[in-house]
Write a protein that binds this ligand. Structure first.
Ligand code: GUN
Length: 287
C-alpha cells in the first residue's frame, strides 16, 4: 500500500492562519504588533533565500519584520552590539541570527547573547536546558513543526518507538527531547551507529535529519511506519537540479504508512513555527 502523504504545505497554511488570527487580536485588544528581527551576516545564497522568505511570511501574517543585513567581515563586537540593541528594543519580540555565521564569528557566543525570551529559534543554552528538563521554553522551529505533524497524524504518540537519525543541536537533539516529552521510546542514531538499518527497522516513527541525499532507503522502513524527512538536499538528476530529502521517497513510500514529501513537507512548517514562536514570545513579554 502506498503511504499517506503528510502535506506540510497545507498544514503550514493552517498554522499561519491561526497566527494571523492571534496577531489581529493582539492588535485589536492590546494595540500590540509582534516584531521579528532577522540578522544575516554575509551573502550565503541559501541563507538569503531563507531570510527573504521569513521576512515575507512575517509581514503576510500581520507582524513587523526587521531585517539587518551585515557585511561578511562584520566584527564580533559589532554583531554583539546589534543583538544587544535588539534585546533592549521593546518593539522586537523575536530575534533570529541566521546560521551558519562566517568562520571568524563564534556562533555559540552570538546565540547565547540573545535574550532567551526573544530567542525564537530556541537555540540559547537556557532554552536548551528548559526543553531538556520539560519546562516551558522556546522550542526550535524545525523539530516543533515535525512534532505538530506527528501529533496531527497519530493523536497520541505515547509508547511509540521513535528513531531520530542525526544528532545536530538544531534538529536531532531537540527532536529527541520533544518525542520523549510525548512519551515515545527514543533512539538517537547517527553516522557511527552500529547496524543502522536494523535500528531504523524497529521504528514506528523515523525522523531523518542527517543532510545526506536519500541516505535512508525504503527497505530500512518498517511496514506502516511514519517517516518525517527533514533533509533538503540539492542534487543533479537526469541533467536537472532537483531537491531531495534524506529518505529515498520512491522506495520508502511503498512501505511507510505515512511520509512527508520533499519539498512540501517539513520545510514549510519550519517558518510557520517561527511565526508561531514570535507570537508566543510577544504574548509572554506582555503578560
Ligand atoms: N540555518 C538553517 N536553519 C536555521 C534555523 O532554523 N535558524 C537559524 N537561525 N539559522 C538556520
Amino acid at each position: 500500500m502506498a503511504a499517506q502523504i503528510i502535506d506540510g504545505k497545507a498544514f503550514a497554511a493552517t498554522v499561519r492562519e491561526k497566527v494571523a488570527g492571534h496577531v489581529a487580536r493582539l492588535k485589536e485588544e492590546h494595540n500590540i504588533t509582534p516584531g521579528l528581527a532577522v540578522v544575516l551576516v554575509g551573502e550565503d545564497p541559501a541563507s538569503q533565500v531563507y531570510v527573504r522568505s521569513k521576512g515575507k511570511q512575517t509581514v503576510e501574517v500581520g507582524m513587523n519584520s526587521v531585517e539587518h543585513k551585515l557585511d561578511v567581515d562584520t566584527s564580533e563586537a559589532d554583531l554583539l552590539a546589534l543583538v544587544d540593541q535588539l534585546n533592549n528594543d521593546p518593539a522586537i519580540h523575536g530575534i533570529l541570527v541566521q546560521l551558519p555565521l562566517p568562520k571568524h564569528l563564534d556562533e555559540d557566543l552570538v546565540i547565547n547573547s540573545i535574550s532567551p525570551a526573544k530567542d525564537v529559534d530556541g537555540f540559547h543554552i537556557s532554552n536548551v536546558g528548559l526543553l531538556s528538563t520539560g519546562q516551558k521554553s522556546m522550542v526550535p522551529c524545525t523539530p516543533l513543526g515535525c512534532l505538530m505533524m506527528l501529533r496531527d497524524h497519530h493523536g497520541s504518540l505515547s509508547g511509540m518507538n521513535a528513531v531520530v537519525v542525526g544528532r545536530s543541536n538544531i534538529v536531532g537533539k531537540p527532536m529527541a527531547q520533544l518525542l520523549l516529552g510525548d512519551s515515545c521510546t527514543v533512539t538517537i542514531a547517527h553516522s557511527r551507529t552500529k547496524d543502522l538499518p536494523d535500528v531504523v527497522r524497529r521504528a514506528d516513527i523515523v525522523v531523518a535529519a542527517v543532510g545526506r541525499p536519500e541516505m535512508v532507503p525504503g527497505d530500512w522502513i518498517k511496514e506502516g511506519a511514519t517517516v518525517i524527512d527533514v533533509g533538503i538536499n540539492r542534487i543533479e538528476r537526469d541533467g536537472k537540479n532537483v531537491l531531495v530529502g534524506d529518505v529515498d521517497f520512491a522506495s520508502a513510500s511503498e512501505r511507510a504508512g505515512a511520509i512527508t514529501p520533499v519539498p512540501g513537507g517539513v520545510g514549510p512548517m519550519t517558518i510557520a513555527c517561527l511565526l508561531a514562536n514570535t507570537v508566543t514570545a510577544c504574548c509572554r513579554a506582555n503578560g
